[in-house]
Write a protein that binds this ligand. Structure first.
Ligand SMILES: Nc1ncnc2c1ncn2[C@@H]1O[C@H](COP(=O)(O)OP(=O)(O)OP(=O)(O)O)[C@@H](O)[C@H]1O
Length: 341
């Protein structure tokens, strides 16, 4: 019998209420996260990455959000749990690292107490043991003088140190799944690299699975095992990291990759993906959602109801338009020859 995946996202739809009607920000997304696997979710702002992550944590306010489908975590559907049942899993089995450490931390509570809070809820250890464990955790996330930092307040720490504290809270109960939503966007570039290095090292030690949400394709190349590329609420391409970087097929994935600056290949100008992800209430709900942004590919080259299809083992692509895609600028067409026919 094959092993049960850690998380199975099945036909997930997350819809927000806007002026009385519901619009899906995540639309029919299915994705499996295995144990000890890092899956990156990439895509422009507004593609639905955070909406997906927050639904796994059960953090959408139910009055204004509809979450449909199934989220099977170790076989249990998170969407069918009561708040108290979910609380037993959140923070213990699934940890989350948010974008901005300043808003993720309580300014009125010392670092030590904040880390211990999550242990209080899930582990119920004697005070002495809790403190020892907290100091060990601070050490583990690379905080110097952990005994002193234990008594400090968030505003007394630098941004990078604060994000280390947020990571310590997220891993305090050794979760089997971590969701990291743009964990470094709020930090300086040099600090970003250190924090990603820390996450990578912790992942290696703890064998935690990670859903990594990021705009930074460099980070994806460094950390991810597989990549799900999202556009307008849908996964448009899914494959292992090498395939995404070396044999991308979907026009959106190829455009994202073309827009990365490269020190090796000097280009006169970077490729810019024309247009924007439309707002929710204006998203095309039928046909290929990327069609308006690649207007030089005729409508007849797109599928009417594009599905994710496995084009080679483990490599999934939505819509057959990728077979006809070329960059509008000839030079780029010559630069990239993916041989898709
Ligand atoms: N609470 C909400 N109410 C209404 N619309 C929302 C809400 N939260 C998100 N949206 C909309 O849902 C869509 C997806 O948003 P989401 O934040 O998931 O995108 P994202 O890919 O995570 O972007 P970013 O990279 O900027 O975080 C966007 O159009 C956004 O405006």
């Amino acid at each position: 019998m094959s092993k049960q995946p850690l998380l199975e996202i099945e036909r997930l739809r997350v819809s927000f209420q806007i002026e009385g009607a519901y619009y899906a920000a995540v639309d029919d997304v299915s994705l499996v996260i295995e144990e000890n696997e890092v899956v990156a979710l990439v895509g422009e702002s507004g593609c639905g990455k955070s909406a997906l992550a927050l639904s796994i944590m059960g953090l959408h306010p139910p009055e204004k959000t509809k979450v449909e489908g199934r989220l099977l975590f170790k076989g249990t559907n998170l969407l069918s749990l009561s708040v108290s049942e979910l609380n037993r899993i959140r923070g213990k089995e699934i940890g989350m690292i948010f974008q901005d450490p300043l808003t993720a931390l309580n300014p009125l509570m010392t670092v030590g107490r904040q880390i211990e809070e999550s242990m209080n809820y899930h582990l119920r250890l004697p005070a002495e043991e809790k403190k020892k464990r907290t100091i060990r955790l601070l050490e583990r996330v690379g905080i110097p003088e952990p005994e002193k930092v234990y008594h400090r307040y968030p505003h007394e720490l630098s941004g990078g140190m604060r994000q280390r504290v947020v990571i310590a809270i997220a891993i305090a109960c050794e979760p089997s799944l971590l969701i990291a939503d743009e964990p470094t966007t709020a930090l300086d570039v040099t600090i970003q690299a250190q924090i990603m290095e820390l996450l990578k090292e912790l992942q290696r030690q703890m064998k935690t699975s990670i859903i990594l949400i990021t705009h930074d394709l460099g980070v994806v190349a460094e950390m991810a095992d597989r990549v799900a590329v999202m556009y307008a609420g849908e996964i448009v391409e899914l494959a292992d990291v090498d395939t995404i970087f070396h044999r991308p097929l979907h026009p959106y994935t190829r455009s994202l990759l073309q827009s990365i600056p490269s020190a090796q290949v000097k280009k006169d100008r970077l490729h810019v993906i024309q247009g924007i992800v439309p707002p929710l209430h204006k998203l095309p709900r039928r046909g290929c959602r990327f069609q308006p942004r690649i207007s030089w590919i005729g409508a007849e080259q797109h599928e009417l109801e594009p599905q994710l299809r496995e084009v080679e083992p483990g490599h999934w692509v939505r819509c057959t338009c990728y077979r006809h895609f070329h960059f509008p600028d000839d030079q780029m067409t010559r630069e990239v020859d993916y041989g898709a026919s």
